[in-house]
Ligand binder design. Structure first.
Ligand code: AMP
Length: 432
């Protein structure tokens, strides 16, 4: 089946945020990175593009006004005579965009048309910081590449299989009907990718695995994956819910907000407090960066230690809860900047969840930094994996398939599901 869509194509992946745009140019199939880079500090005087091509970095420092200008600069650089990977931008066969919120409408990645654009705009209400710059990236790419298929890959799509019992909040039902207030979940592209990889490493089919996937970066979320599908996840209506993160509080008693409102905080201040001033930063008063906190805790800083302890404790609670939700757990997977790199945090978390059958091999854990590895002991009932996430390759895959007239997957219900597994195997050069 895969051979039918094995035509060569260059796919550009764009992840447009409000202050930065990341990009990857892939040769498909096989997801070979031809060039990559990012534009940072958009809107500031000191904006800069860093472009990586053939092992070299090329930097341009000049003010980039907005996302549209950033895309223009990226396309110019990709077709630059000296540092570009393309002769001309018309060599780009398709563009894949990361879009944070797809509401209830998108259960898969989709080819972008007017209706999709209208929906992304509509869901900006639920993701005001993310969907508008995502959309700016789409519109700019459409402007420069009008005849090229553009694909939207949603962070929410993998979680579209979460059952109602897990996505409903115990609020008046009308709020769900009127405003769409429910759990949507995020980081779905990453959770899907690492769950599929874990299944492949274990020699299982992608719908044969029960896993708890822990995406621990500056944003953090934990997902319960049952038979290959997301059935619960820690983030909710927005990416604020769940475990504490770099600067986000995660779960808290909503009455805290009413109490603070009574003390004179307005909505914007509460929003900033919970999203920007809480989490590891708020607890430690030092940093949102786990490396700094580990260093400070080693030197005896009590608040840094507290922040780390709270972080681990809350992850432990989610892992325990999801073990109960799943009945049986085949694997716990760590990904994201902390999950992929922090030997210390993985040890601390794994040692706190031994009751679900996790037994960490300390030596394997120590050796597993920023690389795919199995880090459990031989006798461990539950496998433990470190799997560096590769959201951009997953987006490139979906984009390539859709641009070739195939449906990517999210759920078992999708009859074209096998293609994705085949493609993941091609990506990693092995059969799972
Ligand atoms: P991400 O958002 O996925 O890029 O992850 C960022 C987080 O990963 C930050 O909190 C970093 O401090 C953390 N991180 C990256 N490398 C390490 C490391 N070697 N040890 C501990 N934390 C790390």
């Amino acid at each position: 089946m895969f051979e039918r869509i094995a035509a060569k194509m260059k796919v550009l992946v764009i992840n447009a945020g409000s202050s930065s745009v990341k990009y990857y140019l892939y040769q498909m199939p096989g997801a070979e990175v031809l060039a990559r880079g990012l534009v940072e500090k958009i809107g500031e005087e000191t904006s800069a593009l860093s472009h990586y091509y053939h092992g070299k970095i090329h930097t341009i420092t000049s003010k980039v006004k907005d996302v549209q200008k950033a895309i223009e600069l990226i396309l110019q650089t990709l077709a630059d005579k000296e540092v570009g990977a393309l002769q001309q931008i018309s060599e780009i066969g398709a563009v894949g965009h990361r879009v944070v919120h797809g509401g209830e409408e998108f259960t898969d990645s989709v080819i972008i048309n007017e209706k999709v654009i209208a929906s992304i705009k509509k869901f900006a209400d639920l993701a005001p910081l993310h969907n508008p710059p995502n959309l700016d990236g789409i519109l700019a790419a459409q402007h420069h590449l009008p005849n090229v298929k553009q694909v939207a890959c949603f962070d929410t799509a993998f979680h579209s299989t979460i059952p109602k019992v897990a996505y409903m909040y115990a609020l008046p039902y009308e709020l769900y009907e009127k405003y769409g207030i429910r759990r949507y979940g995020f980081h779905g592209i990453s959770h899907r990718y690492v769950a599929r990889r874990a299944a492949a490493i274990m020699g299982k089919g992608k719908y044969d695995i029960n896993a708890i996937t822990c995406h621990l970066g500056n944003g953090c979320s934990v997902t319960a994956v049952k038979e290959g599908e997301s059935i619960d996840t820690s983030m909710g209506l927005t990416p604020l819910e769940g475990v504490p993160m770099g600067t986000r509080s995660g779960d808290l008693d909503p009455a805290i907000l009413f109490y603070l409102a009574g003390k004179g905080y307005d909505v914007n201040e509460l929003n900033t407090l919970c999203n920007k001033q809480s989490g590891l930063l708020g607890l430690s008063g030092i940093s949102n960066d786990m490396r700094n906190l580990q260093e400070c805790a080693r030197k005896g800083d009590a608040r840094a230690k507290l922040a780390i302890d709270v972080f681990c404790y809350r992850i432990k609670k989610y892992v325990g809860a999801y073990a109960a939700v799943l009945d049986t757990v085949d694997a716990v997977v760590f990904t994201g900047g902390i999950g992929e790199n922090s030997v210390f945090m993985r040890e601390k978390i794994c040692n706190s969840v031994t009751q679900i059958g996790v037994q960490l091999d300390l030596t394997k854990n120590k050796d597993a930094v920023a690389k795919e590895a199995e880090i459990n002991t031989k006798d461990s009932k539950v496998k433990v994996f470190v799997i560096p996430t590769n959201e951009q390759a997953a987006i490139a895959n979906d984009t390539y398939k859709l641009a070739n007239g195939k449906q990517p997957i999210v759920s078992k219900q999708n009859p074209s599901g096998n293609i994705a597994q085949e493609h993941m195997e091609t990506l990693h050069g092995r059969k799972g």
